[in-house]
Design a protein around this ligand. Structure first.
Ligand code: ZN
Length: 185
């Protein structure tokens, strides 16, 4: 594969696209793999409608300040004022730093502890290995926010998870995929 179109990562990533690290030259090139782009379209078509519907049903949008998640239990909780509380199992997909554009798959940054919450990202990685999709197997990529959502939706789609969410972390944002929430009795 020819190397070209590298980005200057030290100046921060401003563009659009998915830029996995190149194993040949160590640079970051835009991913133009048709199979990956097809997968993104398929994932968006499946996950955007279900995630929008579930966010509305469980008031995840109007309770944005009242989410919490516990990596120990793997449980994501939505507090909907006036409607109650719901819980969903969640998977951490990636950590995205909006200043640099760096996206790290959760299996790369949570590698030490191997919590159950990285299963969806690990499954995406396994699919990526099988089909030679570097965007799913490179531990670290440079992406815009739209593409961070794309990667999250691909991981959700491959594990049949209907909902996606992002929440601010100490550095950047954590992107997650969720099972269908269940109301607390
Ligand atoms: Zn290269």
């Amino acid at each position: 594969m020819a190397c070209g179109g590298s980005i200057q990562t030290q100046n921060g990533f401003q563009g659009e696209g998915v830029f996995p690290r190149c194993p040949d030259c160590g640079g970051y090139h835009r991913d133009t793999t048709p199979a990956f782009q097809g997968l993104v379209l398929e994932a968006c078509a499946a996950v955007i409608p279900s995630s929008t519907r579930l966010s509305r049903e469980f008031h995840a949008d109007d309770a944005a300040g009242n989410w919490r998640f516990d990596t120990g239990t793997g449980l994501f909780t939505i507090e909907a004022p006036g409607s109650g509380r719901s819980h969903a199992e969640f998977h951490t997909i990636g950590l995205w730093d909006e200043d640099s554009g760096r996206f790290r798959w959760s299996w790369a940054w949570e590698e030490g502890s191997r919590p159950p919450t990285i299963k969806a990202a690990e499954h995406a990685r396994a699919v990526g290995k099988h089909y030679w999709l570097r965007a799913l197997t490179a531990p670290e990529l440079y992406v815009g926010e739209t593409e961070a959502w794309h990667l999250t939706m691909v991981a959700a789609y491959l594990s049949d998870l209907p909902m996606v969410a992002a929440t601010p972390a100490e550095v950047g944002k954590i992107f997650m995929a969720l099972h269908r929430p269940v109301w607390e009795n």
